[in-house]
Design a binder for this molecule. Structure first.
Ligand SMILES: [Zn+2]
Length: 385
């Protein structure tokens, strides 16, 4: 059995996205002439748990060939590019062809929005126009420098509606409800937009789609009513300038005292985090919906009471988000040495495992997240002085 057919045995991969690109690029023996018949045969395979290697003999007639590692990388890149392209839309609750910025044919023009202020924050941490960020690529830790104009962008607003962020783009941070709301909202949108893009090629299930819909609705209703008090925001101040910027949203399974945080099935409750240096200080904003206070209300208290603020903020960021930007020299001096441990903590906290039953249902879901990871057992530190 050729390697490209392995895609069919992973229930989370939307294999058609890969096979389409292979067809268009004429890789691995795929081409438009055989493609429809190939998909018909895919549907005739037994469910994953019941399959044997013999079942794949139905594909022998196509003379499929092995895909090289280099070709696979090209295919993955194109699959990702198409997913991003398909997922461009304006997140604003009033978005429509009559209110958004449109082109001459009436289509909404989605622009590259910054998830972190380009001129307010990124310009304070750049060096020769560059910032450093990192991500896990194909299972490996990968840090890279990129131009600040390309850093932290996502395709989630038209120009008209991107103006909603004006109070945090052009004004200094003074901690108004509106500013705290907008920082949290942007963290939500940038993180969720990434999930929407990924869901074009991965099947995260109905639950994930519902989580996005429910959380978006809470933000949308608040924006339409200009009601910025739906969020609780805890503001922490580090008394030094650290050239690090973060904007993100995620959920926690455990708090700082190893207590499990029980999420509901109706909506995954997120927290929203922002780290922003300003003059001789660095602000860390931790927000959550007031209606989720029963889950996250203790977090702020714990952060204040533990007297380990640098370690605690480091772990919240390190374990849960890749939308992090550093000054390049600062990164090389203080962060690079933690790369191996960063890789480990990201793997432990972000990988979940799924089993599937004979009916192709995803059943047992287990995670490697240790309940004490927020105590920073690997001693990672983002704040070098
Ligand atoms: Zn719009």
């Amino acid at each position: 059995m050729v390697n490209s057919l392995n895609q069919l045995n992973n229930p989370m991969i939307k294999h058609e996205r890969y096979f389409e690109v292979m067809r268009d690029f004429r890789k691995g023996g795929f081409n438009p002439d055989m493609y429809d018949e190939f998909l018909t045969l895919v549907n005739q395979l037994p469910n994953i748990a019941l399959r044997t290697p013999d079942d794949f003999k139905i594909f022998d007639k196509f003379n499929l060939t092995e895909v090289t590692r280099a070709d696979f990388e090209v295919i993955v890149k194109e699959v990702n590019r198409r997913a991003i392209e398909k997922s461009k839309f304006c997140w604003h609750p009033s978005a429509s062809n009559t209110t958004c910025n449109i082109d001459s044919t009436g289509n909404i023009i989605v622009s590259a929005a910054h998830s972190i202020q380009n001129n307010g924050v990124l310009s304070q941490i750049v060096e020769n126009g560059l910032v450093t960020t990192y991500a896990i690529n194909k299972g490996e830790f990968d840090s890279k420098e990129l131009h600040k104009n390309h850093a932290s962008i996502f395709w989630g607003f038209c120009n008209t509606h991107d103006a909603i962020f004006k109070p945090i783009e052009t004004n200094s941070y003074t901690g108004t409800d509106e500013q705290n709301f907008l920082f949290a909202y942007r963290g939500f949108v940038v993180s969720t937009h990434k999930k929407v893009e990924m869901s074009d090629l991965m099947d995260y299930g109905v639950q994930s789609e519902n989580d996005i819909k429910q959380n978006k609705k809470i933000f949308d209703d608040a924006i339409l009513a200009s009601n910025y008090s739906i969020l609780e925001t805890e503001v922490f101040e580090l008394p030094a300038f650290y050239p690090i910027a973060v904007s993100s949203a995620f959920y926690l399974d455990f708090d700082f005292e190893k207590n499990p945080i029980p999420h509901s099935d109706d909506r995954m409750e997120d927290i929203f985090v922002t780290l922003l240096p300003f003059q001789n200080k660095t602000y860390f904003l931790l927000s959550y919906f007031k209606q989720d206070k029963h889950l996250y209300g203790n977090l702020g208290k714990q952060l204040r009471g533990r007297n380990k603020l640098k370690s605690d903020i480091t772990m919240l960021i390190a374990a849960h988000t890749e939308n992090v930007y550093f000054n390049p020299t600062y990164y090389n001096t203080f962060i690079k040495k933690h790369e191996e441990n960063l890789n480990r903590i990201i793997f432990e906290t972000q990988m979940d495992y799924v089993n599937i039953d004979e009916d192709n249902n995803q059943t047992i879901n287990f995670s490697f997240t240790p309940n004490d990871y927020l105590n920073n057992p690997l001693d990672i530190n983002f704040f070098g002085y």
